[in-house]
Design a protein around this ligand. Structure first.
Ligand code: XMP
Length: 527
């Protein structure tokens, strides 16, 4: 195990992901975790992450007492990155001060120590490297026994090592792509310096998770799962199904706010491809009745959340009557970033993302159901969930689907969703847009693309007649994680073709506009 102790850097997740890409199992826990929490994981290598603090500021986070003795006694290798390097220097008897020249951004470093077993023993890498720096403090005195392994072009310490004590440090961030040789440096450090073996495979994760699920869910216990049609809940349910078979009971709710033929398409995947035991509840009328006349975006979301809970509740009760016993477990597709973010280190400035999620997931679940959670994806990142989905035979096209919000088209029809045939118009426009994107081979380069129905009319001329019809907007964005986004720059010819097709084939639309705002200041969805 390669264990990351998180001191709040925005790049900490990236370190974990990069290491997993090397087929090494890596976990990230708070940098202030207890010695017991650390030693229980029995890591071979510990990486101390960067962070926004100065080692001299009050309450700056640090590894626990006894940490240095523990790693030395157990032969654990330690690599400090940025703040992590400064922690090593300060705690092992050196000195860190506010730097005269702060170093931010791209910078050249020169390697001064190139011995086998050291950070830069890798002869494939140059004596000079471009790296990404981001620090105000600098090392002014090394702890005894340490050597400088590289210096920045300004002469400050860029890398340190004490091979005998197995302590190493990089002042720059090897995990970001702005450090082009950073990944190779990490690879060399882990495999050649620390001697770890690449043995983490998705097949093993699958086997391990099945063991965990069968160990947790008793042979008579039943499990329920709400399928949203998204990748996470689908992969989680498929995995649990593989472990406990027909004792899993899934429900998919058609709330009348789904995309064109969405219900048929996802049910086909669930049933024909994945053989999941799933009940489809058509609750269109129930949702649309409750949403009639509601224009406030937050109210719409709350109503949708509440109705979803009601339906889920009644699904669980019906199941209880049928089985003669209560289902006691609930499958959730929680991912690793949610788990890490739910306990951010003090002062990291990161938010408690479970709060964000409960708003994002369709309203959460009834509190009084007291279901125990099965979260088989909670140690995985999104791209790893896709890899796992592939092993579980989830179709590739399904795994690559763009994200779709829980409240569905309700956040894409501005205002009252039941007004006229807004939902029907939106479905048709959206389908034309998405199919055109697929035909142009652009779908996989876009994070999310969709159409928005605007509750306004504009004047047009179609045939020989003046029309007073609806305006629709097209939105397509690129993004890494949905937190920030850029608008996607289509070729004019493509946009021209899509706009023509929409106005020619969707009744009630005579104008198409494109949304060209990034996030921030906009959000990806319009409501
Ligand atoms: P925004 O609009 O906040 O969206 O920039 C960021 C990402 O989250 C999705 N989204 C949601 N997903 N329930 C969800 O499951 C929701 O209520 C919800 N609202 C937004 C959005 O589609 C984008 O991918």
């Amino acid at each position: 195990l390669v264990l990351i102790l998180d001191y709040g850097s925005q790049y900490t997740h990236l370190i974990t992901r990069r290491i997993r890409k090397l087929s090494l199992f890596s976990l990230c826990i708070s940098g202030t975790s207890s010695l017991k929490a650390i030693s229980d994981l029995n890591p071979r290598v510990i990486i101390l992450s960067g962070g926004p603090h100065s080692v001299h500021s009050e309450n700056s986070p640090c590894f626990p007492d006894g940490f240095v003795e523990y790693v030395e006694k157990n032969g654990v290798f330690v690599l400090g990155i940025c703040y992590g390097l400064q922690l090593i220097v300060q705690k092992l008897g050196g000195d860190v001060r506010v730097g005269e020249k702060q170093e931010y951004g791209r910078m050249e470093i020169e390697v001064v120590e190139r011995e086998n077993g050291g950070l830069f023993g890798n002869r494939c890498l140059g004596d000079k490297q471009v790296v990404w720096m981001s620090h105000g403090d600098e090392t002014v005195k090394l702890p005894e026994g340490f050597r400088v392994a590289a210096r920045s072009q300004q002469g400050s310490v860029a890398a340190i090592e004490n091979r005998d004590r197995r302590f190493f440090g990089l002042q720059y961030h090897p995990e970001v792509t702005h450090s082009p040789e950073g990944m190779e440096t990490l690879r060399y450090f882990l495999f050649d310096v620390c001697g770890v073996v690449a043995d983490w495979k998705m097949e093993d994760v699958l086997e391990e998770e099945i063991k965990v699920i069968t160990g947790m869910v008793g042979p008579e216990d039943h499990v329920i799962c709400a399928l949203s049609g998204g990748v996470d809940s689908t992969v989680a349910a498929t995995l649990v199904h593989k472990a406990i078979g027909e004792r899993l009971h899934c429900v998919f709710v058609d709330n009348g706010l789904l995309r064109y033929k969405e219900r048929e398409r996802v049910m086909e995947t669930f049933q024909s491809d994945l053989h999941l035991p799933v009940t489809c509840v058509d609750a269109t009328e129930q949702f649309l009745t409750e949403l009639k006349g509601v224009v406030d975006p937050e109210k719409k979301r709350k109503i949708i959340g509440r109705e979803f809970i009601n339906i889920f509740d009644s699904f669980a009760h019906k199941l209880e009557t049928k089985l003669g016993k209560k289902p006691i477990y609930l499958v959730q597709g929680t991912l690793y970033p949610d788990v890490i973010e739910s306990c951010p280190p003090p002062g990291s400035g990161r938010t408690h993302s479970h709060t964000i999620k409960s708003h994002h997931n369709v309203g959460g679940l009834p509190k009084d159901m007291k279901l125990k959670l099965v979260e088989p994806l909670k140690l995985l990142f999104k791209d790893e969930v896709r890899d796992l989905g592939r092993i579980l035979n989830v179709p590739e096209a399904f795994l690559k689907r763009h994200p779709f919000p829980g409240p569905g088209l309700a956040v894409r029809v501005l205002g009252d969703v039941t007004e006229g045939n807004a939902l029907e118009i939106l479905r048709q426009v959206d389908e034309i847009f998405i199919q055109s994107i697929k035909e142009a081979g652009l779908y996989d380069s876009i994070w999310q693309a969709f159409a928005v129905f605007l509750p306004i009319r504009s004047v047009g001329v179609q045939g020989d007649q003046r029309t007073h019809s609806h305006v629709v907007a097209l939105r397509a964005v690129t993004s890494q994680d949905g937190m920030t986004a850029d608008w996607y720059n289509f070729e004019h010819k493509f946009l021209d073709g899509v706009a023509r097709k929409i106005c020619n084939s969707v009744r009630g639309v005579n104008r198409v506009v494109q949304d060209i705002t990034s996030k921030p200041p906009s959000t990806i969805e319009w409501e």
